[in-house]
Write a protein that binds this ligand. Structure first.
Ligand code: ZN
Length: 290
């Protein structure tokens, strides 16, 4: 375990990556002898420690029954055309895997160990103090994944502010993220020269606008019908003329049978419209204030 942790100290931050990459070391033991030591990136950026040990240093060597010590849970998912380390370990018929720490990334966390268990491989986590050393060495990587399920997890590059130098929002001012992780446009504060305030952008996807407009048509139609109903008649003359024409337009566009006119239908429409309005940047209490 000490050899594996020490090997991981050789890892360097991968060039060109904004997010911290983990430091990982691996040691392969067969018949009580260390037959390979490796670390992530040892032969170039990106190659995992276990992959380097198994496929570069021990290619063709019979590893059946061997033990591997790896300072981070073996990965379970790699890019296209790449085999995850957990599969290399299973394929080479290791008997035992010592894992320095579970991977904090929720996409991997625990899955590597479970996959090894399904393959009937004995697994252990490093005891203290080695696990503590692994965590300490990888602090910035572990910090990328706060274990708070109620919070949206964002990577460092998603939180970088401004998002990209020179990137502008709809009003021509820089885009960034506020303290709560909302995507915002920093607009000049007219009352306090030199200060900025954050206009929440969230998403302004055309598909959302289209859906929102359709919901708004339907909500409006429902309101119009209730209004007319309450008055006991539909006014199509004088001040009621515009509303009457608008309702006819909406009915023609969507078909009256698709407009729904019950409290439940109306509630659903308003709920959906509210949600989209929020996504587009409104506060909840003003999301239907149209
Ligand atoms: Zn891997």
């Amino acid at each position: 375990m000490t050899r594996a942790v020490d090997a991981s100290r050789n890892c360097v931050q991968e060039p060109g990556k904004t997010d911290p990459t983990p430091s990982v070391g691996a040691v392969v033991v067969k018949d009580d002898e260390i037959i390979a030591v490796s670390y992530r990136g040892e032969d170039g950026p990106g190659d995992h420690a276990e992959f380097i040990a198994l496929e570069k240093k021990l290619k063709g060597v019979d590893l059946k029954g061997a033990t591997i010590y790896t300072t981070l849970e073996p990965c379970t998912n790699r890019g296209p055309n790449k085999t995850p380390c957990v599969e290399w370990i299973i394929e080479r018929e290791f008997a035992t895997v010592y894992i320095g720490s579970l991977d904090p990334n929720p996409d991997v966390r625990g899955l590597g160990q479970l996959k090894l268990r399904r393959a009937k491989i004995e697994t252990h986590l490093f005891p203290q103090p080695w696990m503590g050393q692994v965590e300490e060495l990888n602090k910035s990587f572990f910090d990328l994944f706060p274990l708070d399920d109620n919070k949206i997890q964002r990577t460092a590059s998603e939180k970088t502010d401004p998002v990209e130098p020179g990137l502008e929002g709809p009003n021509g001012y820089p885009i960034g993220y506020d303290d709560e992780g909302n995507k915002v446009e920093w607009l000049p504060d007219e009352e306090n020269p030199g200060e900025v305030w954050a206009m929440i952008l969230r998403r302004a996807d055309p598909a959302i606008h289209k859906e929102y407009n359709e919901l708004w048509d339907k909500v409006w139609w429902n309101r119009h019908m209730v209004y007319s109903h309450d008055k006991g008649r539909e006014e199509c003359t004088g001040t009621g003329k515009l509303g009457c024409e608008g309702a006819a337009r909406v009915e023609k566009k969507y078909g009256r049978e698709n407009l729904g006119w019950s409290d439940i239908d109306w509630g659903l429409l308003q709920g959906r419209m509210s949600a989209l309005s929020w996504v587009m940047g409104s506060e909840w209490n003003e999301s239907l204030d149209t």
